[in-house]
Design a protein around this ligand. Structure first.
Ligand code: PRE
Ligand code: MN
Length: 360
């Protein structure tokens, strides 16, 4: 008898649940409409005053048996879920989002691919210093099957008195050396003027961590016809990185590679804290290839092999590593650059030598 009573009451609850479900989703549709209007008018989704007003109206009408606190708690949860719905819809609308494009974006540079099946290695010195240096590094990279040569010609240094790079001369000689070995050039640009100048020499423009939110520069590279390697700012969230990529993509340049390079935390045994979760998260949220800069994130050579392995295991499409023929006399980032033997053993340790040789 008792069981039958419960059964009957549960049927009643089932009916109410159905009604609640319908009402909740009807409410959600209206929330979406409000969200779209707010977005069009650049209004924040979160409106605590409106929520407060809503809770007051509800508690005034509340005649129990739920307490006012419980009612407020339940409706707060509804408002929280509503807010998420509004935010998610905006996120899904981003051109760089996985929702907008299911397939992975592949960056094609000549006969090479970034974001394909084989991880790529982008290596070279922190800064271009001389032809001898670039030749020594490039010839060893080429021997190991690395096809992407990096090197800074414009250096964003913390101190204005530190070496600022060789500028156009650096780009010119890096291009010459790269051509000798059939390699591709990756180099950082910091302004629209530098972009114009570098266009002639580089295959991939790098936007450095410090410029991740230099929106005018992002718009400029968005108009460019070459791929862009966009580094995460050391104080930037993944959402901000995605939005920075959107600036470039929205202008028509869809060839973007995202780069995790560590974020600033209280930890000082590494230069930055490598946020490895960024790799699978970015791959879930966006369709763009993701690489990891293992040199600037850690700032130390002794952990480069396990960190590189971890980055690849997390799904990175490639690695960026600083390599110098004589790190002791490097004009920037001397302590973190691998020498040629160290780099060869890293490649060996990662089992990348053959793969990179056969072309990516
Ligand atoms: C809603 C959602 C989020 C806001 O923080 C406030 C209220 C809600 O779910 O009621 C709807 C809404 O966006 C709004 O009324 O402005
Ligand atoms: Mn460097």
């Amino acid at each position: 008898m008792t069981l039958q009573q419960i059964e009957k009451l549960r049927k009643e609850l089932d009916l109410i649940n159905d009604q609640l479900l319908e009402l909740l989703n009807r409410r959600a549709e209206i929330v979406q409409q409000i969200g779209r209007i707010k977005k069009e008018n650049n209004l924040p989704f979160y409106d605590p005053e409106r929520e407060q007003e809503m809770f007051e109206k509800l508690t005034e009408k509340n005649s129990g048996p739920f307490s006012d606190e419980t009612i407020v708690h339940l409706f707060k949860e509804i408002a929280k879920a509503s807010l998420k719905l509004q935010e998610k819809e905006t996120e899904e609308q981003l051109l760089v989002s996985r929702e907008m494009k299911k397939e992975d974006t592949k960056i094609v540079v000549g006969d090479l691919v970034i974001g394909g099946k084989i991880p790529v290695m982008i290596a070279g010195p922190c800064a271009v210093e001389s032809r001898e240096q670039m030749k020594a590094v490039a010839s060893e990279l080429n021997r190991l099957g690395v096809s992407f040569l990096r090197g800074g010609a414009f250096k964003p240094r913390t101190s204005p008195y530190s070496f600022q790079g060789l500028g156009r001369e650096g780009l010119r000689l890096m291009r010459e050396v790269a051509d000798e070995y059939g390699m591709k050039v990756v180099s950082e640009v910091m302004s629209a003027e530098q972009l114009e100048l570098a266009e002639e020499y580089v295959d991939i423009f790098q936007i450095g961590a410090r410029n991740m939110q230099n929106f005018e520069l992002l718009k400029e590279v968005g108009n460019a016809k070459k791929p862009v390697l966009l580094k995460r700012g050391f104080m930037a969230t993944l959402e901000e990185l995605m939005l920075a990529a959107e600036y470039i993509y929205a202008r028509g340049n869809t060839q973007i590679i995202l780069c995790e390079r560590g974020i600033r935390t209280f930890e000082h045994w590494t230069r930055n804290t490598l946020d490895l979760s960024a790799v699978p998260i970015l791959k879930l949220k966006t369709h763009l290839p993701v690489i990891v800069d293992v040199s600037h994130s850690t700032g130390r050579k002794d952990i480069i092999l396990p960190i590189s392995k971890a980055a690849l295991a997390a799904g990175a499409d490639g690695l960026m590593v600083e390599v110098h023929n004589n790190p002791a006399i490097a004009r920037s980032d001397a302590h973190q650059q691998l020498n040629l033997e160290e780099f060869a053993s890293l490649m060996e340790g990662l089992g990348l030598i053959k793969k990179n040789k056969s072309g990516c």
